[in-house]
Design a protein around this ligand. Structure first.
Ligand SMILES: C[S@@+](CC[C@H](N)C(=O)[O-])C[C@H]1O[C@@H](n2cnc3c(N)ncnc32)[C@H](O)[C@@H]1O
Length: 358
């Protein structure tokens, strides 16, 4: 007879519409639970997850079509039900990194100089040492994981986890010659490692996609050794500054652009979240992504040039902004380029925090 988590999860598998009933059922359980339950179309090798407090249940789930139940103590709440229907709820606009095309696009963008420079800043703050054991959560295509593995060397270990199979494949390929590197499929909510495992944990442009950031940080603290450190790199989209005369259109474009993140404005909340989980921030830095020129017709080496001429049109269309308005944006920004007056800037924020202890 299934108990607690198992009962909830199997009920959710059978009937997704019974979420509310499941949440009510969960209120009667005493186990704290995060169960991510697969819909019928789970992949052949789906990620697995398990109850956080002692229940032996293990559930499979699909990356793109999942039901997530969160049960804290006596309170169970259905916190997300992502139907894959395009154009449905706001949640469906959040970037699906499980899509191989999107993953490949990101790999191309993250090889460019601005993003390389931002990784360098992260590494400088992390001060990773030879022999250390580090975890890169949401490792994506594995650029940072490769750098980390190179520094920790053969006596250390660099582990990357990511829920996206496409990202895991790219990362695995990237670190294939480094024995000290390892890539696994997994999510920030449930890190598949024992307590006190790592010297350092990194989230680079990842927490803006994680629903329960406080929970994820608690989970990171658990697998960090006493005295270990976390480095977070994240973007606050309120720091976006562009040269445009059409503020009304820009406002709509801004909303379209921020709709693809779970948290578009996380950095100001991070100090409080670290405090809440008993960690103290030791250092903070900003990394500007800035461009004063761009190529409207082709490849853009600068991150913000690519944003203005590739990302904006795509996100505007996905969000349902009229094509005439999107063209108006492109026309204005193209003209600014011709006049040498293009300007776009966005800030990334870096935090270094320590777990108390030896
Ligand atoms: C913008 S990419 C950043 C990749 C990499 N960290 C980097 O900086 O190159 C975001 C990554 O976060 C991963 N991601 C999304 N939700 C996640 C979650 N809940 N837990 C862990 N990783 C997640 C995505 O699959 C994707 O690879």
């Amino acid at each position: 007879m299934p108990h607690g988590c198992e009962a909830l999860a199997s009920a959710a598998c059978r009937n997704r519409s019974s979420l509310k009933a499941i949440a009510a059922l969960g209120a009667a359980t005493s186990a704290a639970l995060v169960a991510q339950v697969g819909a019928a179309n789970a992949k052949s090798q789906p990620p697995m997850t398990h109850c956080k407090r002692g229940c032996s249940s293990i559930f499979h789930f699909s990356f793109t079509n999942k039901i997530k139940l969160s049960c804290r103590g006596a309170q169970a709440t259905a916190i997300a039900c992502e139907a894959a229907a395009p154009g449905g709820s706001k949640e469906t606009l959040v970037t699906n990194w499980g899509n191989p095309e999107k993953a490949a696009k990101l790999q191309k963008e993250y090889a460019k100089k601005d993003v390389v420079a931002s990784r360098r800043e992260l590494l400088a703050l992390l001060r990773v040492q030879e022999g250390e054991k580090v975890l890169d959560v949401g490792c994506g295509p594995g650029f940072l994981l490769h750098d980390l593995a190179s520094v920790v060397g053969k006596n250390g270990q660099a582990v990357g986890i990511d829920p996206s199979e496409a990202m895991c494949d790219m990362a695995t390929q990237r670190v294939s010659t480094l024995n000290q590197a390892d890539v696994r499929q997994g999510e920030a909510d449930i890190l598949p490692f024992p307590d006190d495992t790592f010297d350092a944990i990194i989230y680079s442009q990842v927490l803006l996609y994680v629903k329960d950031v406080s929970w994820a940080l608690q989970e990171a603290r658990r697998v960090l050794r006493p005295g270990g450190r976390i480095v977070v790199l994240d973007t606050d989209w309120n720091s976006l500054i562009v040269n445009t005369k059409n503020r009304e259109l820009f406002q709509r474009i801004f909303i379209a652009c921020t709709s693809t993140f779970v948290h578009a404005h996380l950095p100001p909340l991070l100090p409080g979240m670290f405090s809440q989980c008993g960690m103290s921030i030791a250092e903070m830095r900003t990394v500007p992504m800035i461009a004063a020129d761009a190529n409207p017709d082709g490849e853009n080496e600068a991150f913000m040039g690519n944003w203005a001429f590739s990302v904006v049109p795509q996100k505007a269309r996905d969000y349902g902004i009229a094509e005439a308005d999107t063209q108006m944006w492109i026309k204005e920004q193209t003209q600014l380029c011709k006049e040498g007056a293009f300007f776009a800037c966005l800030h990334r924020f870096l935090f270094l925090a320590y777990k108390p202890g030896a």
